[in-house]
Design a protein around this ligand. Structure first.
Ligand code: SIN
Length: 269
């Protein structure tokens, strides 16, 4: 339906001819979801839109998560992603899948950048279908029997408006989940949210998670990297993708808005 070029053969695409997201009707939204299910990451350049148009687009994708603490007319559907000369850290540093501690964690995230540093500030992505497929067959079989506890973490406590982490429940999800559109299996544990593999002892769980996180971080052949321009929009499918925001541009400014769309209860078919 729209033309794209691949970022790597199996992971990440960039849309060609700048189709304007604000004009998308249902068939194009369906195609966007299918493309995300297949390639994990979609880059759309030259997308001029207001915060309200981005929020409206998020509703076309599904049910957006809301951020009750927003100020300055930022719609509840958006999270402000920003760093300036005072920033010591930024949201999204470290490999993670968005808000996986939710019972129905996000499917697509949609990040639109307005201000980008002259260089740096890329987002790195890792393909969890390939992360699973590049483990040994015996390890894959072992992982498919396991579940993991995903705990809410500090940044999302702030965004949710809750006062203490106790107000936000943890969730148990399968360590390997099946994508509802593609039917592909993907590794679904991430360093940002997972507290423990439920069926293992603490030390076994720590050792296994460390091995898996090293596998994700060091396997450059299952990763891609997106260089931002102003008005770039990137979609990623959190069911099969982890991401990591590089913070290599201090003291420059980087600012954008993320809409995060609720997914389904993760299952393994
Ligand atoms: C995030 O959504 O984790 C932030 C990603 C980024 O700023 O590149």
């Amino acid at each position: 339906m729209f033309k794209h070029k691949n970022i790597t053969p199996k992971f990440g695409v960039e849309l060609l001819d700048d189709p304007q997201l604000t004009e998308f009707t249902d068939p194009k939204i369906k195609h966007l979801n299918e493309l995300a299910a297949e390639y994990g990451v979609i880059v759309a350049r030259n997308q001029v839109m207001t915060m309200e148009q981005q929020a409206a687009f998020a509703h076309k994708l599904g049910t957006p998560l809301t951020t009750p603490i927003n100020k300055n007319d930022v719609p509840d559907e958006l999270i402000v992603i920003k760093a300036n000369e005072h920033s010591k850290r930024v949201a999204g540093e470290g490999w993670h899948s968005d808000v996986s501690s939710n019972a129905q964690p996000p499917g697509l995230s949609m990040l639109r950048m307005e201000i980008v540093p002259e260089s740096g500030g890329d987002t790195l992505f890792a393909n969890m279908v390939e992360a699973l497929a590049t483990l040994s067959p015996k390890m894959q079989v072992f992982l498919k029997e396991l579940t993991a506890r995903h705990d809410p973490r500090g940044h999302y406590l702030y965004l949710s408006g809750a006062k203490t982490l106790d107000e936000l429940p943890s969730a148990i999800h399968p360590v390997v989940r099946t994508h509802p559109i593609s039917g592909k299996e993907a590794l679904y544990v991430n360093d940002g949210f997972v507290g423990k593999i439920v069926e293992l002892s603490d030390s076994e769980s720590n050792a296994l998670l460390k091995m898996l996180y090293d596998h994700i971080a060091y396997s450059v052949n299952i990763q891609c990297r997106v260089r931002w321009e102003p008005d770039t929009v990137v979609f990623w499918d959190n069911r099969i993708v982890q991401h990591h925001a590089a913070f290599d541009y201090s003291p420059s400014v980087r600012k954008g808005y993320r809409a995060t769309i609720q997914g389904e209860t993760p299952t393994r078919l």
